[in-house]
Design a protein around this ligand. Structure first.
Ligand code: ADP
Ligand code: MG
Length: 297
C-alpha cells in the first residue's frame, strides 16, 4: 500500500496535473539520479514558425514555399505544419493543389515526395546526403534560440532552405537547477535536430550534456548507453512528447510523457504523464514522491 504522505500519493499528484500510473513509479521517482529529455515538444513548445525563406538562384520565395508545402502536405511533424501555414499566404499560382501520390516520411530526416515526375525532398542534411544531393554547408540563417534549417531539393538539385524556429518552454527555465537540488546528478538532452539547434537549447537551459542528430532508434541506444553508464547508479527517467520516442519512453526506468502536446502512443507508453506539458512538474513529482516515502526535503 502507498503511505499517504504530504503529497497524498497518486491522488495528490493528479490534483497537480501529474498522472502516475502505479505506486511503484513513486518509488522510482524518489530514487531518480538521471533525467534524459527529448528536445522538440518537450523542452521546447514544439510549435514551429517559418522564420526565413532562402531560395537558390532560379527560384522565388513563393515557388520554394509552394514546393515545400506540397512535399509536407501529408506529414504530421510540427515542422510540416509550420511550412504549410506559411504557404497559405503565398499567391495561389504558387500553391500546388495536386494530390500527392508518392510520399514517404523518413523519421528523424524529413519527407520525400514527387512533383512532375521528379523527386522533391524536404528535410535535413542527412536526407539530402542519402539522396546524393550536394547541399551547402550548414549556415546560421536564423539567430533564433531553437532554429532549424529545412533543406529543399528538387530533381537532382538543392533549391533552397526554409528556416523554422521553435521556442524553449518558459516553464523549463530553472528546471535543471531544481532537479539538481532534488538529487538528480545528470540532465541530458537527446535530439534529432542539428548540432547548432541542440547546443543553443542545451546551453540556455544549463543541461549537463546533450546528443544531437540522433535518429529515433539511436535515441533508444543512447538511452541504454546512459543507463549502463557507471556514473548512473540509481534510476533513469526519460521525458518526451512521443513523436518517434515511444520505445524510449518504455525503456527508461520511468517514462514521462507530455500529456497535452504528446501523441496517444506516448501517453500509452508512459508511466507518468505531465498533463499540462510543464517540465517543472517533474520536479514537483519528485518532491512529492520523496515526501510520500518519508524523505524530508
Ligand atoms: P526531435 O528529436 O528534436 O524531437 P525529430 O526526430 O522529430 O526531432 O526530427 C529530427 C529532425 O529531422 C528535425 O530537426 C528535422 O531536421 C528533420 N525532420 C523530421 N521530420 C521532418 C519533416 N516532416 N520535414 C522536415 N524536416 C523534418
Ligand atoms: Mg520530439
Amino acid at each position: 500500500s502507498i503511505p499517504l504522505g504530504y503529497f497524498g500519493g497518486i491522488g495528490g499528484a493528479s490534483a497537480a496535473g501529474i498522472l502516475i500510473k502505479g505506486a511503484n513509479y513513486l518509488e522510482t521517482l524518489a530514487e531518480l539520479d538521471t533525467v534524459v529529455f527529448d528536445k522538440t515538444g518537450t523542452l521546447t513548445e514544439g510549435v514551429f514558425e517559418v522564420s526565413g525563406v532562402y531560395p537558390e538562384k532560379g527560384y522565388s520565395r513563393e515557388e520554394l514555399l509552394g514546393l515545400a508545402a506540397f512535399a509536407e502536405s501529408h506529414s504530421n511533424h510540427p515542422i510540416a505544419g509550420a511550412i504549410r501555414r506559411a504557404a497559405e499566404t503565398i499567391p495561389s499560382e504558387f500553391r500546388i493543389d495536386a494530390s500527392l501520390n508518392t510520399f514517404e516520411e523518413i523519421a528523424g530526416k524529413g519527407v520525400r515526395a514527387e512533383w512532375l515526375g521528379k523527386p522533391l525532398l524536404a528535410g535535413n542534411q542527412t536526407l539530402l546526403r542519402e539522396n546524393n544531393i550536394p547541399s551547402p554547408p550548414p549556415v546560421e540563417k536564423d539567430k533564433g534560440e531553437a532554429a532549424s534549417s529545412v533543406l529543399i531539393a528538387y530533381g537532382e538539385n538543392y533549391i533552397g532552405t526554409i528556416a523554422v524556429s521553435d521556442r524553449i518552454r518558459e516553464d523549463a527555465a530553472g528546471l535543471v537547477t531544481a532537479l539538481h537540488g532534488k538529487g538528480i546528478r545528470h540532465t541530458v538532452m537527446l535530439t534529432g535536430d542539428s548540432e547548432t539547434g541542440a547546443k543553443a537549447v542545451a546551453e540556455k537551459l544549463g543541461l549537463d550534456s546533450y546528443y544531437a542528430k540522433l535518429l529515433p532508434d539511436e535515441k533508444l541506444s543512447k538511452l541504454e548507453e546512459i543507463m549502463a553508464s557507471p556514473r548512473t547508479y540509481k534510476r533513469t527517467a526519460f521525458v518526451g512528447d512521443g513523436i518517434n520516442d515511444a520505445p524510449v519512453l518504455s525503456r527508461a526506468d520511468v517514462g514521462i510523457a507530455m500529456g497535452g502536446i504528446g501523441s496517444d502512443a506516448a501517453i500509452e507508453a508512459a508511466d507518468v504523464v505531465l498533463m499540462d506539458d510543464k517540465p517543472s512538474n517533474l520536479a514537483t513529482a519528485i518532491t512529492g514522491a520523496k515526501r510520500t516515502r518519508g524523505v524530508v526535503l
